[in-house]
Design a protein around this ligand. Structure first.
Ligand code: Z15
Length: 838
């Protein structure tokens, strides 16, 4: 570990020289290309030019980042640490160019190299450090925090391998490792001088200090080093640059000492692997848990390193008293994944700084805040007590103590009710006792929030109802949002330009302004411009589908899109049943009123999720049969886009006409893809689930295609569910099932889809696919009718974009700040920058 010097010596160059002189971007690019990277030809690969441009822009971020941190420190600002195992950042270049307003300078500099930003951009790998919604939400939140000038630091893990790359072979998903750092990551700056030690294993010992006080001490641990890598997070045209601090695990030098002394030097060095494994790979499960030891190590590693980092900064700025620590800090826990942070903060305060339990608990429960993202039971984390005891013995003791004190409170609220105590205990009893991480998070936090109105209501009435009875004021809703910078301004320049012409460009910063678009709802020439923009965006997607799938989409057809993780509750299956139904109609010559469609699906399945992988195979087989049938070609084309990721979505959502949000009601906590599509003028076909409900309320029921059972009806429907009867009664569904069961889509692979057809026919199908089929098909008919009237559709499309103001993550983050974090915005002026040199 590098020791930091106590003496601060300010480097002269950046004290007196000019601040980054924006006019030299061109020179900086050349300097980085020639000298930093040592290149003199652009060559076939654009990679070095991308790298040089990224470094050039990073220079401009560094000065602003330093200034942001200095203001936080000097003004002793209250700040928030956003703790998340996932940050699905995607590409950084285009976003930085937009937020720093460097578009013109970059274009002109690149002209010298005979290229454009669009070309260069393609050399950047996605930072795929997340699975799906939860990870992308964290990334949108960082953009909004910086753009609102809020002092928020993200803490995450620097996975060597992010989300796997998906390819499709014979219709099946193949996973390939994503070695995203291979060609270097120009955005990050490592700070080894701020490395932390994280303990694992060992045992706990008591000792008595000279005042006769009892202490517990975590001994004999094998420590792992956490080295921070800082990624700059630029705000939109406000000179704020926040930090995303990603921890990399490394072996400590003494890690191998015993082996070394035993003479096996090489074996000892090879042991490094164990420590370095921790941040090797992201677990690719979205909304499901797998209980692997390495995953628990990741969670504790993140929690411990991040809390130590905050505490160390506190000590250097405020000294050893923690009495007003809570006035200056909030920790937002992104799901239960980092919820061990509750126990870790307690451990540090008690064991390292000798606070007594009550003081430490006061501080902890005034700083921790927990966001829940799911009601699915399989996603609710539990860790076995025995694993905890082996890996984190001191943390287990603290969890037991938290539980003992909590259960005393439960006994007070419900006297004599032993069943209540059993039900609410942080420890689930059984053959293999388990720690309920959500309960730990709730008990240890001052705020518990859901991510959409319905989701929060269901949490309060169901999953967490006793906790809600105990602490009603802890519970609150924060409906998710997405950043309008990446998800409109950056990904849809054509539409953004058009919107800007009509209502000005203020909407990028102040997204509630987007509602001004409503004024043009009836403007015929605006309709034409709106349609032209959509057509241009559709052509981009046509090119992508051609390149990736070798399937011909056609811009004159309706683009019907469902892209998200593959999961039974999201019901990609329902979508594909509708596709089969359309195909069946075409084959029967029943094409009256049928609007030609291109149906696109995409998404990754967790590698161990059998049914999700079957669904991918089904989609691909159905697509193949339909696409090679000349009778279908004028009406229907189907593609499964491999390797759906953030960058693909930037092409997909601007091109979409119809957004499929068809989860079983009550299962999708919020959804955020739904918001990206809406912003870009797509209409939604969806259930009353998650944020769909709020989307429909905002745009008006007439501009949304609703179908399906509602959340409050589900239990009743399940109690008398008889899908075989539904199939026999509905000739459309009957035909679809017959086609499927006849082997029409698996001629050479008998029985391939039996598990799928059986799931649909099962009276225990939790997702009620057969139940919602009829109303789904009816809603799709309404879609066709609406799309056939171009003016009507265009009006609804404009209204969707105009009503999307609520779904900006700026709104969400303002609410987090108002209600939970209580932060004040920073302010960095141009004059601040001209004194802070780079
Ligand atoms: C995840 O992506 C989500 C929830 C989870 O519990 C996990 Cl482990 C991963 C998603 C929700 O499914 C989605 O509805 C929500 O919009 C998103 O989190 C962000 O809140």
């Amino acid at each position: 570990m590098v020791k930091q010097s106590d003496q601060v010596c300010v480097v002269k160059g950046w004290q007196e020289g000019p601040v980054i002189d924006e006019s030299t971007l061109k020179d900086d690019l050349t300097r980085h290309f020639y000298y930093t990277l040592g290149r003199d030809k652009v060559g076939e690969s654009q990679h070095y030019l991308y790298h040089a441009l990224a470094l050039t822009i990073r220079d401009r971020l560094v000065a602003r980042c330093r200034e942001t941190n200095q203001q936080i420190k000097q003004e002793k600002r209250r700040k928030t640490a956003y703790l998340s195992l996932e940050f699905l950042m995607g590409r950084a270049l285009g976003n930085a160019v937009l937020n720093l307003d460097l578009d013109e300078q970059v274009s002109s500099a690149l002209q010298e190299y005979c290229t454009t930003i669009e070309t260069i951009e393609d050399a950047e790998h996605d930072a795929g450090l997340g699975n799906g919604g939860l990870g992308r939400l964290a990334a949108c939140f960082l953009d909004s925090c910086a753009s609102l000038a809020l002092p928020v630091i993200g803490y995450g893990l620097r996975y060597e391998y992010g989300m796997f790359n998906q390819s499709i072979k014979d219709g099946n998903q193949i996973e390939q490792p994503d070695n995203w750092l291979r060609e270097g990551h120009p955005w990050e700056l490592s700070a080894p001088e701020h490395a932390k030690r994280v303990k694992f294993g060992g045992y706990v010992q008591s000792y008595t200090d000279k005042f006769g006080r009892e202490h517990r001490q975590w001994m004999g641990s094998q420590d792992v080093l956490a080295v921070p890598y800082d990624v700059p997070v630029p705000g939109y045209k406000n000179n704020i640059v926040n930090t995303l601090r990603l921890w990399k695990s490394e072996a400590t030098d003494e890690f191998n000492l015993t082996e070394f002394n035993a003479g096996s030097y090489s074996e000892a060095v090879a042991q490094k692997n164990l420590a370095e494994q921790i941040t090797m790979v992201l677990y690719p499960n979205d909304s499901s848990e797998n209980g692997k030891e390495l995953r628990l190590r990741q969670q504790y590693f993140l929690s411990s390193a991040s809390i130590q980092d905050v505490v160390d900064q506190w000590l250097s700025q405020h000294g050893e008293s923690f009495s007003d620590f809570a006035d200056f800090h909030a920790f937002q826990l992104n799901d239960t994944h980092p919820s061990i942070a509750v126990a870790e903060l307690m451990r540090i305060l008690i064991d390292d700084y000798e606070l007594d339990w009550n003081d430490a608990w006061q501080i902890t429960t005034k700083t921790m805040a927990y966001t829940n993202h799911t009601l699915l039971p399989e996603a609710l984390e539990k860790w076995s007590v025995s694993l905890f005891s082996k890996l984190l013995p001191r943390i287990l003791e603290i969890v037991y103590e938290i539980n003992a004190r909590f259960l005393a409170q439960v006994a007070q609220q419900w006297p004599g009710d032993v069943e209540k105590q059993r039900a609410l205990s942080l420890i689930e009893e059984g053959d293999e006792p388990q720690i309920r991480m959500a309960y730990l998070a709730i008990v240890g936090s001052y705020s518990v929030n859901g991510v959409a109105a319905l989701h929060t209501e269901l949490l309060k009435a169901g999953l967490f109802k006793e906790f809600y009875a105990l602490w009603p004021d802890k519970f609150n809703n924060k409906t998710n949002g997405v950043t309008p910078r990446r998800w409109l301004a950056h990904c849809n320049p054509v539409l953004s330009e058009l919107i800007g012409e009509k209502i000005g460009h203020d909407w990028v910063k102040n997204f509630s302004k987007i509602s001004d678009l409503r004024r043009f709802y009836d403007d015929k020439s605006f309709h034409e411009q709106w349609q032209n923009a959509k057509r241009e965006n559709k052509q981009r997607l046509v090119d992508l589908v051609k390149a990736r799938c070798d399937i011909d989409f056609d811009v004159s057809m309706m683009f019907d899109v469902q892209v998200k993780r593959i999961h039974e509750y999201k019901r990609q299956l329902l979508n594909i049943l509708h596709v089969i139904h359309l195909y069946d109609r075409i084959r029967r010559g029943d094409t009256q009123g049928l609007v030609p469609r291109c149906v696109l699906l995409g998404g990754k399945a967790a590698p161990g999720y059998y049914m999700a992988k079957k669904i991918i195979k089904l989609i691909n087989n159905v697509a193949e049969v339909i696409n090679k049938d000349p009778q279908a070609a004028p009406y229907l084309r189907v593609a499964f886009l491999p390797n759906y990721n953030v960058t693909a979505m930037e092409v997909i959502c601007p091109a979409t006409d119809l957004s499929e949000q068809v989860s079983t009601a009550g299962k999708e906590a919020s959804g955020t893809g739904n918001m990206k599509f809406m912003m870009n003028g797509a209409l939604t076909i969806g259930t009353l689930d998650g944020a769909n409900i709020e989307i429909r309320d905002a745009v008006g029921a007439d501009n949304f295609f609703l179908f399906g059972a509602q959340a409050h009806e589900i239990d009743d429907i399940k109690s008398r569910y008889n899908p075989e009867h539904l199939i026999s009664q509905n000739s459309d569904l009957k035909n679809v099932m017959q086609l499927l069961e006849s082997g029409h889509f698996n001629l050479f692979e008998p029985c391939l889809f039996d598990d799928i057809t059986n799931a649909i026919k099962s009276p225990h199908d939790p997702w009620l696919v057969a139940h919602d089929f009829e109303s789904y098909v009816a809603a799709q008919k309404e879609v066709d009718k609406a799309y056939a009237d171009r003016t009507y559709w265009t009006q609804m499309s404009i209204l969707n974009t105009a009503a999307s103001g609520l779904f900006s993550s700026d709104r969400t983050i303002s609410q987090y700040s108002e209600d939970i974090w209580h932060l004040e915005p920073l302010n960095i002026s141009e004059t601040d920058l001209t004194t802070a040199k780079s």
